[in-house]
Design a protein around this ligand. Structure first.
Ligand code: G3P
Ligand code: CA
Length: 276
């Protein structure tokens, strides 16, 4: 992660190459790196025994063969689960896909086990090229600061918690929670933060992001319905990182508006469309 920063529209693999491989697994992140993604997006949650793991939902029910809330399970409980097999079925429990479009080697159990953030940081460190990480804090209120505290401690171990300048940081922290981002900035002022948005409040529409936020993270729905808002953000010097952009016409729209990062489940397809 010491390589120079690129100045292109970044292509960020959302939960890894999650269209092809089971989200938030090593299989999905390895594929995203092979696909040429500039950055990897991941959601992080705390286990009952204080480990940060990459899981989107509050519960493990959808993406594993287990049940229960991540926050009520210990890492050893999660390690016993299979986070890959669900991907071989359609999202509604339909027929098995006999030849899934990702390399599933049953002997490589780690590829579809629960992924700790620590392991993901190792993967990125060993990628052999610059691969950035966009880490989203989930359920930050339940643990009242512990997610951010653990995250910063872990980043510190990798020498990533206090970049000399935000522009050079290979890691950024994203959240829908302004409080979570505020905690991160208070502890580590140069670590970039991304203010995720699902709706555009009148306050946001005026271009007034919370103090200290330089990167806006609107959904693609916002971009489609409020392109002027995006232009205003760009004019006022903000970066704009858009999620989750899977349709070719949406990629075109993002490029036309000059967004800085496209967060997608299909990094290879978006890179192809961008001619990269
Ligand atoms: O990249 C931001 C995006 O991931 C936020 O939504 O629900 O996919 O975490 P969600
Ligand atoms: Ca996310």
């Amino acid at each position: 992660m010491t390589h120079a920063r690129q100045h292109l529209t970044q292509v960020v693999a959302h939960r890894g190459a999650s269209e092809d491989a089971p989200e938030h697994t090593l299989a999905a992140y390895r594929k995203a790196i092979e696909d040429g993604a500039d950055a990897l997006e991941c959601d992080v949650r705390l286990t009952a025994d204080g480990h940060l793991v990459c899981v989107h939902d509050r519960r493990v029910n959808r993406t594993s063969n287990g049940r229960g809330a991540v926050s009520a399970l210990e890492l050893s409980d999660l390690a016993a689960l299979d986070f890959g097999s669900w991907k071989s079925r359609d999202a509604f429990g339909g027929p098995r896909v006999e030849e899934p479009d990702w390399e599933h080697r049953p002997e490589d159990r780690e590829a579809t086990s629960v992924l700790t953030l620590e392991r993901l940081l190792e993967l990125v460190s060993d990628a052999g090229r610059r691969v950035e990480l966009a880490i989203e804090t989930k359920h930050p209120t339940r643990w009242a600061g512990q997610v951010e505290e653990r995250l910063l401690l872990l980043l510190k171990r990798f020498g990533l918690d206090a970049p000399a300048a935000a522009e050079d940081s290979p890691v950024r922290v994203m959240s829908f929670s302004a409080r979570s981002l505020h905690r991160v900035r208070a502890a580590s002022p140069t670590l970039p933060t991304v203010h995720l948005m699902q709706f555009v409040s009148p306050r946001l529409r005026d271009g007034r992001l919370p103090t200290g936020v330089r990167i806006a993270g609107p959904s693609i729905r916002i971009v489609r319905s409020h392109p002027v808002f995006i232009e205003r953000l760009k004019q006022s010097g903000h970066q704009v990182h858009v999620w989750t952009v899977n349709e070719p016409e949406d990629v075109d729209l993002c490029v036309r508006l000059g967004v800085d990062a496209i967060i997608t489940n299909r990094p290879r397809a978006v890179l192809d469309q961008l001619g990269r």
